[in-house]
Design a protein around this ligand. Structure first.
Ligand code: C5P
Length: 311
């Protein structure tokens, strides 16, 4: 983006994410479910440009359909900017311009990436010098996935998903994403999971008390082994997303038949992620899915979290 005038702008880029593993436990006192998840940041990005303004405004455009993105007080990036202003006693406002590359309401944390990028951008624009832990605290107030979008890489998340510890991952994992099924609401998907568990109470085990990431996931990441990782991918929200969008089951099968090692619903969906053996295999899967009328995106992980792009 080339600025139209001389107004100084800060450019920050933040990644989307995939949950490689997501075990959903019981509902906690705050209404959130206790989680154990393994996140990986992937190379689909949200770009945010911040410039000084009298009030707080946002404009959104992008490579993906942005029609579902609110431009009012519900916009997570705007709320992030307002929280930073309040925390740092900033008197002015900010104009945020967002270019979205992460599918909207797809379960890939695009809104969370916007919020993380806005925190970093406002801090840089206003020179407020927030520490990493201050940024993390602001991020956690905005949503369970926002701290991870700040941190990036590969990490284990517990609690609501916002208590992070970095996980070691060797090499690069190749992914193909299909996001063309329209958005799903995250609270709706969690509610559907609770209902599903209630409906099937007699034949499925109750939600675990303390969810835990399968150690095999961490071993596969450390070994940089996509075949091993594919065998242990798991998302408890998948069954709920499939109940709400039964056609996703066909899509998962299509990608696996096209040569993906495994397919999984991303977060609360409906974006579907396919893990591939290498970049050539990912290209084949992308072409095969595109040939059946799906818009497929090739990306890799892990990539860094929200950071200022110089220049
Ligand atoms: O934190 P975030 O705004 O992304 O969460 C959206 C919704 O997803 C929450 O309001 C809640 O309904 C559900 N959620 C949950 N447990 C979590 C994370 C999200 O129930 N750990």
């Amino acid at each position: 983006m080339i600025p139209l005038d001389d107004t100084p702008r800060v450019h920050v880029r933040a990644p989307g994410k995939i949950n490689l593993f997501l075990e959903v436990g019981q509902v906690m006192d705050d209404g959130y479910h206790e989680l154990a998840t393994a996140f990986q940041a992937v190379s689909l990005y949200e770009d945010v440009w911040a410039s000084e303004s009298d009030d707080f405004t946002v404009a959104v455009h992008g490579a993906v359909d942005t029609s579902g993105v609110p431009l009012d007080e519900r916009n997570l990036a705007l709320r992030a900017a307002q929280l930073v202003a309040r925390a740092t006693e900033q008197s002015g406002g900010v104009h945020l311009e967002i270019r979205k590359g992460v599918p909207v309401a797809g379960g890939m944390g695009g809104g969370s990436a916007d919020a993380a990028a806005a925190i970093v951008a406002c801090d840089a624009l206003w020179g407020t010098g927030l520490s990493t832990s201050q940024m993390h605290a602001i991020a956690a107030r905005l949503g369970a996935d926002v701290p991870f979008a700040l941190q990036g890489g590969t990490a284990v998340g517990t609690g609501r998903g916002d208590e992070l510890s970095p996980a070691l991952a060797r090499g690069r994992f190749e992914w193909v994403f299909v996001a063309d099924a329209g958005g799903l609401s995250t609270p709706q998907v969690y509610t559907e999971l609770d209902r599903h568990r209630e409906r099937h109470r007699v034949d499925i085990a109750p939600a675990v008390r303390h969810p835990l990431v399968d150690p095999d996931v961490l071993h596969a990441l450390r070994a940089g082994d996509p075949v091993r990782l594919a065998a242990v991918l798991r998302n408890d929200l998948q069954v709920a997303a499939l109940n709400l969008r039964p056609e996703l089951a066909d899509l998962l099968e299509l990608g696996e038949r096209a040569g993906a090692l495994a397919g999984i619903v991303s977060g609360s969906g409906p974006t579907v992620a396919f893990l591939c053996a290498d970049s050539a295999a990912a290209l084949d899967v992308r072409v095969a899915l595109s040939a059946t009328g799906h818009e497929a995106l090739h990306a890799h992980g892990p990539v860094p979290g929200a950071r200022v792009i110089p220049g």
